[in-house]
Design a protein around this ligand. Structure first.
Ligand code: PMP
Ligand code: GLN
Length: 386
């Protein structure tokens, strides 16, 4: 609106509409197969839907307690004590949120003060930097080292100073699919041990790792866990991104600060789904099979594209695969992604969208969390590139 009668001092003047919205809209407009925004196109387990339905019918339809339904917090605490042998207090250390995005937003808002610096690794998932900026904090960007997108800890050491309040890590990583190793976590531990730097660990793809790699959660490292918010998403784990349900695990002192924000940001989240998830989580097979499930999809997708002129290394985690198209075109990745959507009918996300100053490595992010037939149809269209 150019003729709006008042001037608005935007708090996020550089921010436009997210790349996920832009590419999904373009995909819809051109009836393209949407491998851009990260969401599955297959169904949620019918048993889980039935459990939710039963909770709606049983009248669990009013506000949930502010930190989340007790049964669900207990099931979450049990899940991690079974996986990592750590004791988590469901009352004092677990908070259920409407998705990982709000968990990230509330965690940052709870502890980042004006002029505090927060280290972010780029390419980065897009919701970190705006949340920091809204708090008056300063995002400090550190580039992951191509081609494997690993962390250079010497650079991190140089960027840490008395203003550093938080470091955000994300493993498995969106958009590159890289994973943080045990050695990385020990380096991180060494760097922060004698500081008051906090960690925000985005672990929404905790159950999507390939080639028998183990997920290195902050919760496995007591010296990190005591200064960390660990963030998770049921949307990713149970193929239901539209439910927007997640949680954060943090020590009591951090959870206390987190809830001060959470209670005014959202107060609580969907009650019947929480009761149903509490029951569903009791069966570890409901999430332990996910690595194999997605590894098969990754391999299926890579096999389909093996004769196409893309350059890649198989993704190590998440449900995203980066493909380098430099043998096909020297267009900018944003232009190429748009053209691919309009002319070939396959939508992807250009990697440059995950950098604060667009870097162009001629890489596109493909989401393979799709039915085989969807991947078949997409690659059939991509074959026209040959
Ligand atoms: N972090 C990462 C790395 C993501 O890919 C996403 C998208 N699912 C989120 C956070 C946000 O998760 P949610 O949809 O639960 O808000
Ligand atoms: N996490 C999803 C992705 O990376 C998208 C989430 C969103 O649309 N905000 O594609």
């Amino acid at each position: 609106m150019n003729n709006y009668p008042f001037s608005i001092r935007s708090k996020l003047p550089q921010v436009g509409t997210t790349i996920f919205t832009v590419m999904s809209a373009l995909a819809n407009e051109h009836q393209a197969i949407n491998l851009s925004q990260g969401f599955p196109d297959f169904e949620v387990d019918k048993n889980l839907i039935d459990l939710i339905h039963a909770e709606y019918q049983a009248g669990k339809n009013q506000y949930a307690p502010m930190p989340g339904v007790k049964e669900l917090r207990e099931a979450i605490a049990e899940k991690y004590s079974n996986s990592y042998g750590v004791a988590i207090d469901p009352d004092l250390e677990v908070t259920v949120t409407p998705g990982a995005t709000t968990a990230i937003f509330s965690a940052i808002t709870a502890v980042v003060h004006p002029d505090d610096e927060v280290l972010i690794f780029e390419p980065a998932y897009d919701c970190y930097a705006p949340a920091i900026t809204l708090c008056g904090g300063v995002p400090v960007y550190i580039e992951l080292k191509a081609p494997d997108f690993t962390i250079d800890w010497e650079v991190v050491k140089k960027r840490i100073n008395h203003k550093t309040r938080m470091i955000i890590i994300n493993t498995p990583h969106n958009p590159t699919g890289s994973i943080i190793s045990d050695k990385d976590m020990r380096q991180l531990e060494k760097l922060v041990l004698t500081t008051d730097i906090l960690i925000l660990s985005d672990e929404v793809y905790e159950h999507i790792l390939f080639d028998e790699q183990a997920h290195q959660s902050v919760l496995r490292f007591p010296k990190l866990a005591e200064r960390s918010f660990a963030v998770y998403s049921f949307g990713k784990t149970f193929h239901a991104t539209g439910w927007k349900l997640g949680y954060v695990i943090a020590p009591e002192a951090l959870t206390k600060e987190f809830r001060k924000v959470h209670q005014f940001n959202v107060f609580s989240t969907n009650t019947p789904v929480q009761y149903a998830l509490a029951k569903y989580l009791k069966t570890p097979e409901h999430y332990l099979g996910l690595n194999a499930f997605y590894e098969e999809k990754r391999n299926y997708f890579l096999n389909l594209i093996k004769d196409l002129p893309f350059i890649y290394t198989p993704t190590r985690g998440s449900y995203f695969q980066l493909l380098d198209y430099s043998k096909i075109s020297d267009e900018k990745d944003m232009d190429y992604a748009k053209r691919l959507t309009k002319e070939i009918g396959v939508a992807t996300v250009p990697l440059s969208a995950f950098y604060h100053r667009a870097k162009d490595y001629h890489l596109l992010r493909f989401c393979f969390a799709k039915k085989q037939e969807t991947l078949d149809r997409a690659v059939e269209r991509l074959l026209k590139l040959n």
